[in-house]
Design a protein around this ligand. Structure first.
Ligand SMILES: Nc1ncnc2c1ncn2[C@@H]1O[C@H](COP(=O)(O)OP(=O)(O)O)[C@@H](O)[C@H]1O
Ligand SMILES: O=P(O)(O)OC[C@H]1O[C@](O)(COP(=O)(O)O)[C@@H](O)[C@@H]1O
Length: 332
């Protein structure tokens, strides 16, 4: 009997998930394995909702954003009862390997399932947040930076025309990777990130000092602040109003939101997705389970799932130092 493997995508979708599905399916097909795709994350696993996947369906897929398997959050999957049901459903279909493409929450779900299922479980890091330890980057992160940068470039045009202050909110849940690199690559003026945030007063003072210095030296200037979501205590509207009071000028907010999750994946995400997906498929049937396949320094690595979430992934020093030199601590 030929081996049967399954794939699901879970949590926040990320550009490149389709390229990863394709890589897994193509390698499986070469090896003569059957592949099915569960729909809507862990929901599909609980409801036995799936479709069969073969190489023909993978045509023209790499460049598509989103995920053909759909994604979802599934709170009930946290219960033991759900994990037992999922295990029974996998066994009923004869699935022996499950690939979970998602973020740290999805990996917790995979680990939970592993407590009740004897099959092989392999995670692949798919999230725009890049907040997964054990891999240099996650699938979707580069595209999200690109989208943020293109959006800020456009904001800059109108900000320049009016010499206005803009506050742009980016995603990232609790991680500043997207904010930091989006801010740097768009040559923004100031960035507020969860990892570096001290308090409201200090942040407001820093911004005021920098903006006033700029205005003293150059007259009216445009000024763009990048704000990571879920960070400012009173939300973006509160920061806008505090900045308007203190700068005595209009401040306009822009919330980039889910736009950052969409779009055709950039090459870096396609390549990462293909490399990780293809490598993961070569592990089928080997005595290794409960791991994430990641990339570190150009090498594929296999990392035990708990290590991917036990600690927060730190921002890299080079990016932070560059930001300090060119953005937050540059007054002229
Ligand atoms: N502790 C957990 N136990 C079981 N399942 C979990 C756990 N944490 C998350 N999940 C599952 O993973 C899904 C995605 O997690 P979430 O944190 O929303 O997204 P992401 O995987 O992108 O981080 C959840 O909706 C749930 O189905
Ligand atoms: O789509 P939702 O449920 O509103 O979730 C928004 C969150 O999902 C993300 O886009 C991706 O996060 P995850 O990959 O951890 O799901 C976060 O940046 C954002 O905070």
């Amino acid at each position: 009997m030929s081996k049967k493997v399954a794939i699901l995508t879970s949590g926040g979708d990320a550009p490149g998930m389709n390229a990863c599905i394709r890589a897994i399916v193509l390698v499986c097909e070469r090896s003569g394995f059957d592949v099915l795709g569960y729909l809507h994350g862990y929901n599909g696993l609980l409801k036995q909702q799936y479709r069969e996947l073969d190489a023909r369906q993978m045509h023209n897929l790499t460049q598509r954003g989103g995920t053909i398997l759909h994604s979802a959050r599934c709170l009930e999957f946290k219960t033991d009862e759900s994990a037992r049901l999922a295990a029974a459903n996998l066994d009923e279909l004869g699935v022996t390997t499950l690939f979970v493409i998602g973020g740290d929450g999805s990996f917790r779900g995979a680990q939970h399932l592993g407590n009740f299922w004897d099959g092989q479980i392999i995670g692949l890091p798919g999230t725009i947040d890049n907040d997964i330890v054990g891999t240099d980057a996650t699938i979707g992160y580069f595209t999200a930076i690109e989208t943020a940068v293109q959006s800020v470039d456009k904001v800059r045009d109108t900000a320049d025309a009016f010499e206005r202050v803009f506050l742009v909110e980016v995603m990232g849940r609790h991680a500043g990777f997207l904010g930091l690199n989006g801010a740097l690559a768009s040559a923004s003026d100031y960035v507020i990130l969860p990892e570096l945030f001290e308090n409201e007063e200090k942040t407001l003072k820093d911004i005021l000092t920098q903006l006033n210095e700029r205005r003293d030296q150059r007259g009216n200037v445009s000024y763009i602040i990048i704000l990571a979501e879920n960070l400012w205590p009173g939300g973006i509207a509160d920061l806008v109003s505090k900045l308007e009071q203190r700068t005595e000028t209009e401040v306009r907010p822009v919330i980039l939101g889910h736009v950052q999750r969409g779009g055709s994946p950039v090459s870096q995400d396609r390549l990462l997705a293909m490399k990780l997906g293809a490598h993961a498929a070569t592990l089928i049937g080997k005595p290794i389970t409960g791991i994430m396949v990641g990339e570190q320094n150009g090498q594929a690595v296999e990392v035990p799932l708990p290590l991917t979430w036990e600690h927060s992934k730190p921002l890299d020093d080079l990016s932070v130092n560059t930001m300090t030199l060119l953005m937050n601590n540059r007054y002229a």
